[in-house]
Design a protein around this ligand. Structure first.
Ligand code: DGY
Length: 324
């Protein structure tokens, strides 16, 4: 019998596909460093036993139905909104994600984005590079303090909690909004209804998963509840924010600034955003450290190897109750 085949949708950082090959699996690699087209993806999974994919691949009922042998989808991300988990369960396919290997890296990036937006780091860099900087001025690029202010965290999973822990070093008051009221107590954070968190926070940082109930969680109504000096940070998923409403709010001074690592129509950036000086725009870098990326690859490969060997996956995604 031929060894099982794993279709891998992008060249991977170290250790790459080595753990799959070392386990005796055949690797079918999509070589370009860009997402496969829909027809390439369909061809890739047609005879594959496993799919190792990224958040850029839509794994829906149609794709799952087109595969003859698929047993596991290992998503190289902690978020899995690109995968229809209920449909996968229906097709007998296990879905896994990468939950524990990237929270610290993503929290570091959220803080980098927050500090950059509050202290005009990007326009400052641009000014120095332009050769037009004439020296220190008391009125130049004056930002908002971070130390001692209120941080509102929306979604207190592992990444939100890692962001909250860092706030102690900045003597911040931390509010959080999430499904569980208990989770934040040991972090010194206080649970708040979302509208209170939005009204009282100087920085609002988003860490909720993308679901039907969090889509456009931050819309026009939410933005007008925020302080006029507030800074919105999104390192979670773009569609949590109504980007058209955000552009209008940033233009009209409804909020002070924003820092985005993710976009509603990723990789497209909504019209107007790139023209604004009060927004920091990053190319989805949350987990982009060598350590986190190695951890993600090792975990995704280990999940594939386990399922194809008939063992339980290390980090399965829970199947929605309605699909069990
Ligand atoms: C994730 O893991 O969900 C990120 O967005 C990519 O690291």
């Amino acid at each position: 019998m031929d060894p099982p085949t794993v279709y891998v949708t992008r060249p991977l950082p170290p250790p790459g596909t080595e753990p799959l090959r070392a386990a005796g699996l055949t690797v079918l690699q999509h070589e370009p460093d860009s997402p496969p087209s829909r027809s390439e993806l369909r061809a890739g999974v047609a005879d594959a036993d496993a799919l190792l994919c990224l958040l850029t691949e839509l794994v829906d009922d149609e794709l799952l139905a087109s595969s003859r042998r698929l047993r596991v989808v290992a998503n190289l991300a902690v978020g899995y909104d690109n995968v229809d988990v209920a449909a996968a369960a229906h097709h007998g396919v296990v879905v896994t994600d990468a939950p524990d290997v990237l929270p610290e890296a993503t929290a570091d990036l959220a803080w980098a984005a927050m500090l950059a937006a509050c202290r005009h780091v990007v326009p400052g860099d641009r000014l120095v590079r332009s050769g037009r900087w004439e020296g220190w001025s008391p009125t130049q690029l004056v930002g908002w303090p971070v130390h001692g202010r209120t941080l509102g965290i929306v979604g207190l999973g592992k990444i939100g909690a890692a962001v909250a822990r860092r706030a102690a070093g900045f003597s911040m008051r931390v509010l959080y909004h999430s499904r569980s009221h208990q989770a934040g107590e040991q972090l010194g954070a206080r649970w708040s209804p979302l509208d209170v968190l939005l009204a009282e926070s100087d920085v609002v940082s988003l860490h909720a998963p993308l679901t039907t109930s969090t889509h456009h969680l931050i819309d026009h109504a939410a933005l007008v509840r925020m302080k006029r000096s507030a800074v919105l940070v999104n390192t979670a998923r773009g569609p949590l924010v109504d980007e058209a409403a955000l552009v209008a709010a940033l233009r009209g001074g409804v909020i002070g600034a924003a820092a985005l690592d993710v976009y509603e129509w990723e990789p497209a950036v909504s019209g107007g955003l790139a023209d604004l000086d009060n927004v920091v725009l990053l190319p989805h870098l949350g987990s982009a450290t060598d350590e986190a990326r190695r951890g993600m690859v090792e975990l995704a490969c280990a999940n594939v190897v386990a399922v194809l060997a008939g063992r339980p996956p290390l980090t399965p995604v829970a199947v929605p109750r309605a699909a069990r």
